[in-house]
Design a protein around this ligand. Structure first.
Ligand SMILES: Nc1ncnc2c1ncn2[C@@H]1O[C@H](COP(=O)(O)OP(=O)(O)OP(=O)(O)O)[C@@H](O)[C@H]1O
Ligand SMILES: [Mg+2]
Length: 224
């Protein structure tokens, strides 16, 4: 269950006046059951790299494989299917729907799978417990605290039990206590066998004792 990138480039708007080379010949590997940070200034390419690892879009060129599958040339439909099987994604702004309940937010990724509402609730129970948000299950997500919102986003990323958990600047909207709490939660997930990749320039994240390696990105290149 590892991630391998070889000479990966990503060019947005290729051939147009607004062309941007966001990643330039990036090679890296992430070992299974480790926690890795992607660190770099704003615009350095962290989110782009995370999106390729997370099977959101393929690289423009180069080779990328996730859990043994070459994703570089998969058609978009198959890439999306594969993403739903192997990737849990935590977004910077959590992307939680405020009018839906906590439970409905967490079980959202199960909707396309045609699982019954009762079965969806059952799948969510252990996660609600594990992340200490059981008492908020029927609250609209718009009416809970920032730390609880973060835990809803984590639970939603985990509902399909993916081997990989990716997080884009997960502590950007959290105070230091909640940031450390986030790191404790992902440390437990690593111990339970998940592989974690976090894009962040927050020292509370990058310097955390359970982070196995930090990969520095400058202008789309990995610093060696
Ligand atoms: N959809 C897009 N279309 C065109 N250019 C883009 C797109 N997304 C990102 N870029 C450009 O690609 C480069 C890398 O962006 P990216 O979002 O990966 O950086 P980042 O390291 O995540 O930055 P931040 O810390 O601000 O989130 C930037 O120059 C950015 O402007
Ligand atoms: Mg970003």
């Amino acid at each position: 269950m590892n991630i391998e990138l070889e000479n990966v480039c990503k060019i947005y708007n290729q051939g147009k006046a607004n062309e941007v080379k966001a990643l330039d010949a990036v090679s890296l590997s992430v070992e299974p059951q480790t926690m890795v940070c992607l660190r770099g200034a704003s615009g350095s390419g962290k989110s782009t790299l995370l999106s390729i690892i997370g099977c959101v879009f393929p690289p423009t060129s180069g080779k990328a494989s996730v859990a043994g599958k070459q994703i570089s040339r998969l058609p978009a439909r198959f890439l999306g299917l594969y993403r739903r099987q192997v990737i849990g994604f935590i977004f910077q702004k959590f992307n939680v729907l405020p009018e839906l309940s906590v439970l409905d937010n967490i079980t959202l990724p199960l909707l396309p799978l045609g699982i019954s509402p009762a079965a969806r609730r059952l799948r969510a129970e252990p996660l609600l417990d594990k992340l200490s948000i059981s008492h908020r299950r029927n609250f609209p997500a718009g009416e809970i605290s920032g730390g609880e919102l973060q835990r809803v986003a984590i639970a939603r990323a985990l509902i399909n039990d993916p081997p990989f958990l990716l997080a884009d600047e997960p502590t950007a909207h959290l105070d230091s206590k909640l940031s450390l709490e986030f790191m404790e939660i992902v440390s437990d997930l690593k111990a339970s066998g998940k592989t974690i990749v976090i894009a962040s320039h927050d020292p509370l994240v990058t310097d955390h004792r359970n982070v196995d390696s930090v990969i520095d990105i400058h202008d789309g290149c990995i610093a060696h």
